[in-house]
Design a protein around this ligand. Structure first.
Ligand code: TXA
Ligand code: MG
Length: 315
């Protein structure tokens, strides 16, 4: 079993040998491999039990690297990259030949981003290849936000896990494509739609779900703990000792405190995002049969949080 640590040399060595490592990013931990090595990338799919139709995001250390891997960047893509990179934004752009088809699931486009986590950036700068990295969780399960989460679930499938502490954002990157040259939001994430529109004006949204979505990461089953998740509709539900509650700011009255976790008692959506996956995981591991989750305000990062909660409940 691999123990997480801060040995950068070990991490580089594993990647150069075509092995997988766990990497910290500001959003969630990733399961990384050399994005230009199809054999190494194939290991990601088998380690995660991930279907080959679900493409991976390619991580680079600077915007100037992007032209090695993408054919072109529409003006609005460039504006967004300049505004939000390094940061939790993925741009889906026409790929160059050098990116293996396996990375993009056969699509002519590649999802690319510059993460802002200093450990991740430090690693990327030492490599002469970019990193393909999905979230480091078994397919369909809650994304990891600490190195220990990665060790618990994929420790035996990694050559090393770089520990960069708890993730600062807590939900995955916002994904934007340009299918007709104009921006379309494919996945709600760490950059709020309001921030996007402040830079490039109104954007279309295609937050698809279902079994064959245009942004395949948007499958309904994503982000699910093993136990059942129910969205709190405000109607009374039959409470049992096996029921846990994930609340936004305040516990429910009349229910034991130990069965309730609070995303942000300060009513802060950034803080709620940071806590979301770790708390779902905590309640799941505590053995509850069911988690009743309260939706948060549908604004800013709240939209990405609610998207994850709805998908967790869709299982
Ligand atoms: O924050 C994040 O984005 C994290 C960290 C590790 O960077 N990564 C992440 O990867 O969330 P993953 O594999 O869990 O989600 C990748 C999703 C795919 O499921 C798909 O929705 C979208 O990115 N994607 C990637 N390439 C695409 C493409 N060419 N066209 C459309 N969607 C794409
Ligand atoms: Mg994922």
């Amino acid at each position: 079993m691999v123990k997480p640590g801060s040995d950068m040399e070990a991490a580089v060595h594993c990647l150069q040998n075509g092995e997988l490592i766990g990497i910290p990013t500001e959003t969630v931990y990733g399961l990384a491999a050399n994005a230009l090595n199809a054999e190494a990338v194939a290991k990601i799919f088998s380690a995660k039990n991930r279907p080959f139709f679900d493409p991976l995001i390619v991580h680079i250390h600077d915007i100037s690297e992007a032209n090695k891997y993408v054919q072109s960047m529409p003006d609005k893509a460039r504006k967004l990259a300049e505004a939000f990179w390094p940061g939790p934004l993925t741009l889906v752009l026409p790929k160059k030949e050098i990116i293996p088809d396996l990375v993009t699931a056969g699509h002519e486009t590649v999802g690319i981003r510059v993460p802002s986590h200093p450990v991740c950036l430090g690693l990327l700068k030492q490599l002469d290849f970019p990193l393909a990295a999905p979230s480091a969780n078994p397919f369909g399960y809650v994304s990891p936000t600490t190195a220990q989460h990665v060790a618990d679930q994929l420790g035996d499938k990694t050559c090393y896990i770089l520990d960069g502490g708890a993730c600062r954002v807590g939900v995955e990157s916002t994904i934007i494509g340009f299918p007709q040259g104009e921006p379309v939001v494919y996945r709600l994430g760490g950059i709020a739609v309001e921030q996007i529109t402040a830079v490039i004006g109104p954007v279309a949204e295609q937050i698809s779900s279902g079994s064959n979505p245009s942004a395949p990461g948007q499958l309904d089953v994503h982000y699910s703990p093993r136990c059942k998740v129910i969205l709190d509709s405000g109607q009374p539900i039959s409470d049992t000792p096996e029921t846990a509650y994930l609340r936004y700011t305040e516990p429910l009255r009349g229910i034991e405190a130990k069965r309730q976790l609070i995303l942000s008692s300060e009513k802060n959506l950034e803080q709620a995002a940071v806590n979301l996956f770790a708390m779902l995981r905590q309640l799941d591991h505590a053995g509850y049969h069911c988690i009743v989750a309260e939706l948060v305000p549908e604004t800013g990062l709240g939209r990405a949080i609610n998207d994850r909660l709805r998908r967790a409940a869709a299982k």
